[in-house]
Design a protein around this ligand. Sequence first.
Ligand SMILES: [Zn+2]
Length: 289
Amino acid sequence: MKLRLDGFNGGGDVCRRLSFAFSGNRMPHAILLEGEQGSGTERLAALLAQAAVCLSHGNRPCGHCEGCVKAQAGSHPDIITVDGEKDPRAFPVDTIRRIRSEAYIRPNEAPCKVFVMLGVQNMSEVSQNALLKILEEPPENVIFILTAVSAAALLPTVRSRLQVFHVAGESLPADWSLAERLARSVLSPGGADLLFGLAELVKDRGTFRGVLKQLLLLFRDALVQRSGGKALISGREETVNMLSGGLTRRSLMRMVEETETARNALEQNANTALLSAVYCAGLRYSAGR
Ligand SMILES: [Zn+2]
């Protein structure tokens, strides 16, 4: 099959990687689309589900076969969607068990059955372990398409069974000044600069979210550079140089983790004042300050 993702701009090379994963006769058993709310992971999941049930022999999804029409109308019997984005408690272990038994029943009319699970960052460990059992022995002709704010929210065992695609989206703020100031203040001796800088984010969740995303890119870039890589995503060379020059690889790795944890907490409606204090302490600890 040849994947057609018209009009989808996932940032970076996600579309190319997906096309490769879905090319020929092979199809991945389970994929995770990682990206923050608004990055388009849900729309991409719907497009891929449609492609999986499309009956065309050419590019898929074709948009006009019976499979596509039903998928677009949300009435295809072989696409089962569970939305944890709208309801964080959408994945009780019973639901996962039901999905498991359904996965072993043959598809109704499409060549395969698709389970779309949106927002799995809210899934409990018990449910994740139940899901792991399906992913370890995936039934024939079944594909799982998951979305999450961050792959880090999943158990490593579950993550290892998924092909992860990062969707960068287009929602990165244009102004980097606050994020860069914060990133640099990690290197300064006292904790005051960092704490006061983070305090500016407490009132506005939207700004907080944007700045965390920028910080994640800065720390990731610095980590890449520290490890000898050259592909910088943020494009903020000066700050990245400062970070990679002043911090160890291990510190940077921890800072990436701290930032991902903070982003997940923010998506789960954590109190912003508390979050900024915890994040500040986490970054300073990671930096060995
Ligand atoms: Zn079609």
